[in-house]
Write a protein of this length. Structure first.
Length: 167
């Protein structure tokens, strides 16, 4: 189980570095998704399956959809459309595919091993919601305002202003 932890941690670190170094936004998003999935595997191996599932649902799911919409809203023009054609080339998918395949093999290995390694304290969704909307209410509301500000900024960056904006 320790080996799975170290492999997932290495994948998370490699995918994060590749995400930062990527020049294309869509490639960076792919590497970020792989990194978030690797972090979910790390949480699972540490005995926190609920946090691992939340990591996948919230970050790798919902937040990534938001990032994809932001990239689509920016619509950087014909030059970007030509560079996005390179996404159809198999060479663009080699790195994320290899890292995701390693994570998939680890996932199946963990599922065949049975229960998580550490003793798990069961925390249901009600306890999490009581914590989030109890003592952490201000942090949750600040995070939602931050996401709203990012969405408004993406809209203003991506909207068309008229014929002079096309030039």
């Amino acid at each position: 189980m320790a080996m799975v932890f170290y492999i997932a941690g290495a994948i998370a670190a490699i995918a994060t570095v590749l995400m930062i170094a990527s020049l294309r936004p869509v490639h960076a998003l792919l590497y970020l998704i792989v990194s978030l999935l690797a972090v979910a595997v790390v949480f699972y191996t540490l005995g926190a399956p609920f946090v691992a599932v939340l990591e996948i649902i919230i970050y790798a799911g919902a937040i990534m959809v938001l990032f994809v919409f932001v990239v689509m809203l920016l619509n950087l023009g014909s030059r970007t459309a030509r560079s996005e054609q390179a996404l159809l080339a198999p060479s663009a998918w080699i790195g994320p595919s290899i890292l995701a395949a390693i994570l998939l093999v680890e996932f199946f290995y963990l599922m065949t091993q049975g229960a998580p390694p550490a003793p798990v304290t069961t925390i249901d969704a009600q306890e999490v919601s009581i914590a989030l909307y109890g003592p952490y209410l201000i942090a949750v509301e600040l995070a939602s305002m931050l996401l709203l500000g990012g969405l408004v900024a993406a809209y203003h960056l991506g909207r068309r202003r008229g014929p002079e904006a096309e030039a």
